[in-house]
Design a protein around this ligand. Sequence first.
Ligand SMILES: NC(=O)c1ccc[n+]([C@@H]2O[C@H](COP(=O)([O-])OP(=O)(O)OC[C@H]3O[C@@H](n4cnc5c(N)ncnc54)[C@H](OP(=O)(O)O)[C@@H]3O)[C@@H](O)[C@H]2O)c1
Length: 313
Amino acid sequence: MNGTPQPEQAPEAAPAPDAAPAHVPASAAAPRPGATAEAFRIEGARALVTGASRGIGRAVALAFADAGADLALSARNEDALKDTAAEVTRRGRKAVLVPGDFARPAAAGEVVDEAAGALGGLDTLVHNAGTLPVDSEGAPKLAPLQHARQQEWDPVITVNLNSTAALCRRAHPHLAASSRASLVLMSSIAGVVGTPTMEAYAATKAAQISLARSLAVGWAREGIRVNALCPGWTRTDMTAFATEAAPLSDWLMAHVPMGRWAEPEEAAWAALYLASPAAAFLTGQALLLDGGVSVPDGGLAGIPKPASPFAEA
Ligand SMILES: NC(=O)c1ccc[n+]([C@@H]2O[C@H](COP(=O)([O-])OP(=O)(O)OC[C@H]3O[C@@H](n4cnc5c(N)ncnc54)[C@H](OP(=O)(O)O)[C@@H]3O)[C@@H](O)[C@H]2O)c1
């Protein structure tokens, strides 16, 4: 060898198009008229959505119903779930309630069993239920780690992270039996960027991204796609403490290059994409839906930043 690149040897025989092992499903892509619209539909899919009583989860349930899915709806508040279910049935799709409180470790398994039983299996799980640390009144309690107490850390780990593992574990046989399985974990941009005062929450959201990657690789040959969706600041009950406080909202939005709050439907449409045939070759990814928050601008964008409302406290 004299350092000159050698032409690659031609393979002895071109692999036959159907040479892939039988357990690897063929691509569903089909370049024909109408295929694009179909690729974003999930007609007849059996989907479990957690945290479906309000906010992003409710929007996911309604978007999935619009796209043709039947829904199992989970959260603690049954009245609110009934309201989501009524909207799903108004769209012509089936809705069953599978209430549960993920603060109780056994709840995740029960929710999956009831959902799969009622729908006759599961093709999609969107695990969206989540919480910030809250005080005794249920209001968000944000504090830097050095001032936060262990009893504020533990419930966030239980609800956000332990439930994720338990749901995924219990859903695995159902998803493995599906020919179009997709698992979407509702993480957060807080799991990607530094998020002081929300350390417990951010740690669980980073863990969900890691879990999505590990499961994506581990379950790929079973035909199960696993992705994390990472919304940025989105207008829901969870963020009412900021949307309803003008100085805080203005300050937060000054740090969003697109300069506005996301609406829950925007996260729902991204979740629908992840669950749909349009994303049939997408797995193990964290989709950042954040209006540009995670993109460093090096200070060159020139967006004026108001003084931090925390500085005066
Ligand atoms: N809003 C944002 O800016 C934002 C940004 C990034 C990521 N996210 C993530 O998106 C997901 C949804 O958030 P959201 O903004 O829509 O919040 P939200 O309006 O507070 O809704 C949270 C949902 O989770 C359910 N939930 C909370 N604790 C639960 C528990 N212990 N057991 C069972 N269900 C529980 C709630 O239902 P019940 O109260 O009826 O139980 C509700 O349906 C969360 O995972 C959150 O981390 C939100």
